[in-house]
Design a protein around this ligand. Structure first.
Ligand SMILES: NC(=O)c1ccc[n+]([C@@H]2O[C@H](COP(=O)([O-])OP(=O)(O)OC[C@H]3O[C@@H](n4cnc5c(N)ncnc54)[C@H](O)[C@@H]3O)[C@@H](O)[C@H]2O)c1
Length: 278
């Protein structure tokens, strides 16, 4: 049964590979045997998590002819850079048949007031950037890499959604910050992720006949640098009583990427400890 989850002889692309979650997806795919072509912006600093993986997997070994992990620079909003990335991936590793659309823009809570707004003052430019990168970026990367999967007649695209694709953020979780105006989780964020869930359905129906599956993986809040009071209140709202950790995400990703989910397409897998169940 375990073989169904293996990704040997598979090339996978992960966008936004240098952020918080990027190295979790990259590590999960490498562990399952895949070769990974990681993408991020030219200006993105290589995170410690990705750096550790590059250290371990970016050199060829006696058993692998080329490196199992490469980092390539591309912008999900720049089609030319994506076409070049696809060509570089095909040339150096082979045609990718797994794509994790992870690149995204969110706005973590901060106490400096720079992201505190009355609803009527939320700037259009910030909202537009979120909608463009999260939704249209996901579409554009899928166009470029998905078209090659259609030609190959197989593939699995995993779009990273969010719990906020399904429910509104609970603004009371930020009340303890005592900011006036308050910190507002960007209204465009959940809208962009809800759009990703439906874009997933569209691509799944269009590409199903060609053997290409498209699903959304929607994480809940992932444990990071959130302040302790936020964590306490957030945990209270989660039926499983805690935020997500890396290990909670790797199995679901491998499931959707591999033959273990061969008959699943157009779905949203919520990995949120039950947050959206009530
Ligand atoms: N961290 C969480 O708790 C959480 C929860 C639910 C969903 N998500 C989703 O998971 C994904 C990753 O989140 P994260 O916490 O790692 O965010 P992050 O900000 O740490 O990383 C995002 C990455 O995307 C890259 N990126 C941004 N714009 C890009 C562009 N135009 N082209 C290419 N790359 C670009 C950034 O450089 C960065 O490396 C996002 O889609 C996010 O919405 C995160």
């Amino acid at each position: 049964m375990d073989d169904q989850f293996r990704l040997d002889n598979t090339v996978a692309v992960v966008t936004g590979a240098s952020g918080n979650l990027g190295p979790i997806w990259v590590g999960a795919l490498l562990d399952a045997g895949a070769r990974v072509f990681a993408l991020d912006l030219e200006r993105a600093v290589v995170s410690p998590g990705l750096d550790a993986l590059l250290e371990r997997y970016a050199q060829p070994t006696s058993s692998t002819p080329g490196p199992r992990l490469r980092l390539h620079r591309a912008d999900v909003m720049d089609k030319e850079s994506l076409v070049a990335a696809q060509a570089a991936c095909a040339e150096s590793m082979g045609v990718a048949t797994v794509l994790v659309n992870n690149a995204g823009i969110d706005q973590p809570a901060s106490t400096d007031g720079a992201t505190s707004y009355r609803m009527e003052d939320v700037p259009m430019a910030a909202s537009r950037a979120i909608l463009e990168v999260n939704t249209l970026g996901t579409f554009q990367v899928s166009q470029v890499f998905g078209a090659e999967m259609v030609k190959a007649r197989r593939g699995s695209i995993i779009n990273i959604g969010s719990l906020y694709a399904s429910v509104s953020p609970d603004l009371r979780l930020y009340a303890h910050m005592n900011l006036d105006p308050p910190f507002l989780k960007p209204p465009a964020y959940g809208a962009s992720k809800a759009a990703v869930v439906n874009l997933t359905r569209y691509l799944a129906t269009a590409w199903g006949p060609y053997g290409v599956r498209v699903n959304t993986l929607s994480p809940g809040g992932v444990l990071g640098a959130q302040d302790p009071e936020f964590q306490r209140q957030f945990n209270d709202r989660v039926p499983l009583g805690r935020m997500a950790e890396a290990n909670d995400l790797t199995g679901p990703l491998r499931f959707l990427a591999s033959e273990a989910s061969a008959y699943i397409t157009g779905s949203e897998l919520r990995v949120d400890g039950g947050f959206t169940a009530w």
